[in-house]
Design a protein around this ligand. Structure first.
Ligand code: SF4
Ligand code: FES
Length: 163
């Protein structure tokens, strides 16, 4: 008998994330998926400040401002829920961006197979080097191991053979 695929899970994207609450908004941060693109820190430094504890203080801006900056996070490490307001709408059509020597960034109505089931997502950075320890997401192993997305040139190959 064939097994039924798991139902898409709306809450899976925030199930491992830490919540930061302020009147009107709750921000969720999944440290394992943060790739330090710094969109949050640039966008609202009074809310996202790595020098402060906690480093996310959503009370320092309006709920709408916080939500707008969270939507800029390419990796999906950040999410929000508004007390009164809609969920984040997926971008349409889906956008795919190949980061040089790094992950594939996706924005859209995503359904991603993860160890806990099938995750509904709107933003994600997926590993394409095969070295991540947080599959299917990029965990910056590409950078720390010096992986290159460029195929080696003929000269590089010859140089390696001569070593
Ligand atoms: S924008 Fe997202 S990926 Fe970038 S530093 Fe902030 S939380 Fe991390
Ligand atoms: S692409 Fe970043 S860990 Fe694989």
């Amino acid at each position: 008998m064939s097994q039924k695929p798991p139902a898409d899970r709306d809450e899976l994207a925030i199930s491992h994330a830490r919540p930061y609450t302020a009147p009107g908004v709750r921000v969720f941060y999944d440290r394992g998926r943060c790739l330090h693109f710094a969109e949050c820190v640039r966008g609202l430094p009074q809310v996202f400040d790595v020098q402060k504890r906690p480093w996310i203080q959503p009370k320092n801006a309006s709920a709408e401002q916080v939500a707008e900056v969270v939507r800029r996070c390419p990796s999906g490490a950040l999410h929000y829920r508004l007390e009164e307001g809609p969920r984040e709408e997926p971008e349409q059509p889906t956008r795919v961006e190949f980061v040089a020597n790094g992950p594939i960034n996706l924005r859209g109505d995503l359904s991603i197979d993860v160890p806990g089931g099938r995750m509904r997502e709107v933003r994600a950075s997926l590993c394409r080097c095969g070295r991540t320890e947080n599959e299917p997401f990029c965990d910056k192993a590409c950078t720390s191991t010096g992986w290159s997305s460029e195929p080696p040139t003929a000269t590089t190959v010859l140089d390696e053979r001569n070593e």
